[in-house]
Design a protein around this ligand. Structure first.
Ligand code: ZN
Length: 573
């Protein structure tokens, strides 16, 4: 392990350029990256206040403990940043620090160490071998294609190779930044580990039998293989259009396009994946730091389940500390941080999954070294694999059960709210297919409120739960015959927060002025409030005080003539 760390330090040696004086020279000679890869890596110093402004211009990679801010930019972003006159140092791009020889063919049966990087074709072949070798446990498929047509591969692992009623869905994904590669191999190693130990390890069997596990080792194949399918030299953070995929998702605070760019093919594929499934927990793996980064990144307000997140973060980091070398995975609070407290970002997948899909996703920063030399990969597996498994196990815990119709027994798609606890969409829904809901939560005593369109709301009091435990509460709702069918949301508006604290904010993100009718109705469909407003770029937020309503749940309808959208809002009274 000590040897590995020393090797690591050699790779951390940076080639420094001195900001302005070198800039002209670089445009001539040292800046090929703009021609080839379209992105540069650099660092600068600034205060935190400036950082949130700069954050909208370039792609901040991390804020180091040395007070340097490390960042990437494409050509346009770099030009804009340069106008700020902040002194910077260009660094050698992490994608050009090493040039490993890639394996062209791999037999997964003979692979124990996972100490290599594959060519793109070999990667696809490895994934397919998992299904061929374990057809009863694993299906392998693509959830979509990248901008350049590479496959976004997933291995789906469960006891009958698909989903059964009552199984929580779980997702691991890695390397949406193409030059952060450790997770790419470690997650293939994890697939192999789950499949090959299923029959011999009860802990693994329990996970595979009771979860629906999705593992995507490579979320940005165009970035990793930017230099061609047979090399990872020249790997880029951005995708083929030089867009940072982890700033490209709808943001709870900053709207559907926080980076001002169209959703990329990769982003769309992951949004569709989230919409077509009900992931209870997930994580996306990065490199460049060593920390468990939990939501939120976009705003300062803590997650409703902040204490639960910290508990899981500590479990992850403390376990890693037992099996890893001294000094590994101890960034920030000894390996754990709230995202915003480290530095804020907008449009990342973590916040998207938590806010829009009621999932629990965190960002795993697994290694300071972005492209881990292949001989170090087995060490990082050894440090982390127990934490991979522990985190998956948490998706088996918490409050769970079915929601059904009290007469017909048919499943009901309901929202389940923890009273006085849930914030910012942390409530969960029951799955319309099997009626199951899953609410991971820290130990305590909770009151659950349920509501569903057409059903009388119901409260279940005093549900007690301990950590590392599952409590099952199957709940029947009484059909009232009145109510409103849910619809979905609009790209131009957001309504929140949800649940509401004091005010309901209707925010407009469109460019063209619209006239919008706002109607508020209760669950019985009675009209409580209406107003007609003009929204444009300078008049983009409308505030409604929640005291205007005595209901616990309301639906806000926005009609612009072109489209209607409905927003289910919890007033949490
Ligand atoms: Zn990253």
């Amino acid at each position: 392990m000590i040897k590995s760390l020393l090797v690591g330090n050699i790779f951390l040696v940076l080639i420094l350029y001195n900001g302005f004086s070198q800039e002209n020279k670089l445009n001539v000679s040292g800046f090929e990256s703009f021609k080839n890869g379209g992105e540069v890596y650099f660092r600068f110093k600034t205060n935190l206040q400036n950082l949130s402004k700069i954050n909208a211009i370039i792609s901040i990679d991390r804020v180091g403990t040395d007070e340097w801010v490390y960042a990437y930019a494409n050509k346009n972003q770099f030009d804009t940043f340069n106008k700020l006159n902040i002194k910077k140092e260009l660094l050698q791009h992490p994608g050009t620090l090493i040039d490993p020889v890639l394996k062209k063919s791999v037999n997964t049966k003979e692979m124990d160490d996972w100490d290599f990087y594959p060519t793109y074709d070999a990667y696809i072949d490895i994934m397919q071998q998992f299904e061929i070798e374990y057809p009863n446990l694993c299906t392998v498929f693509s959830i979509g294609q990248s901008e350049e047509g590479r496959e976004l591969m997933v291995a789906r692992i469960s006891d009958n190779a698909s989903w059964d009623a009552g199984e929580a869905q779980f997702l691991y994904t890695s390397s949406m930044h193409g030059d952060e590669t450790a997770g790419f191999i470690l997650y293939m190693h994890l697939i192999d580990y789950l499949l090959s130990n299923y029959n011999s390890d009860p802990f693994v069997k329990n996970l595979v039998d009771n979860l629906d596990i999705w593992i995507n080792p490579l979320a940005n194949p165009d970035g990793l293989y930017a230099g061609g399918n047979n090399t990872i030299y020249g790997a880029t953070r951005f995708n083929a259009n030089f867009v940072d995929l982890n700033r490209n998702f709808p943001d709870p605070e900053n709207g559907p396009h926080p980076d001002g760019k169209a959703w990329q093919a990769e982003t769309v594929a992951f949004m569709e994946l989230a919409e077509n499934n009900r992931f209870v927990m997930s994580s996306n793996c990065h490199s460049g730091a060593e920390v468990f980064n939990y939501p939120w990144d976009t705003w300062e307000q803590l997650h409703a389940d902040n204490d639960w997140w910290y508990y899981l973060g500590r479990q992850w980091a403390d376990t890693v500390h037992i099996y890893g070398p001294v000094g590994y995975f101890n960034d920030l609070d000894n390996g754990v941080t709230n995202g915003y407290q480290w530095y804020t970002t907008n449009g990342n997948r973590q916040d998207y999954m938590n806010y829009f899909h009621h999932c629990r996703e965190f960002i795993l920063e697994i290694s300071n070294i972005k492209i881990l030399p292949e001989n170090m990969l087995p060490d990082y597996w050894e440090y982390n694999y127990r934490s991979f498994l522990n985190y998956m196990q948490q998706a088996l815990y918490g409050i769970r059960g079915t929601v059904t119709d009290s007469v017909t027994g048919q499943v009901v798609s309901a929202s389940i709210l923890i009273e006085g606890h849930d914030l910012d969409n942390s409530w969960v829904g029951s799955n319309p297919v099997d009626g199951w809901y899953f609410r991971p939560i820290l130990q305590g005593t909770y009151n659950l409120s349920l509501f569903a369109p057409g059903y009388t709301p119901k409260t279940i009091n005093n549900v007690e739960i301990s950590n590392q435990q599952a409590v099952i509460r199957n709940i029947q709702l009484v059909y009232s015959g009145v109510g409103i069918e849910e619809n979905f949301v609009s790209e131009n508006f957001s309504v929140g927060p949800n649940p509401v604290k004091d005010n309901i904010y209707v925010k407009f993100f469109g460019k063209e002025e619209v006239t919008c009718k706002i109607e508020v109705v209760n669950m019985k469909g009675n009209l409580l409030y209406e107003n007609i407003l003009i929204f444009n770029e300078s008049n983009s937020t409308y505030t409604i005080n929640k005291e205007a309503f005595k209901d616990k749940f309301i639906i806000i309808k926005l009609s612009t003539g072109d489209s209607d959208s409905y927003w289910k809002i919890i007033l949490n009274k």
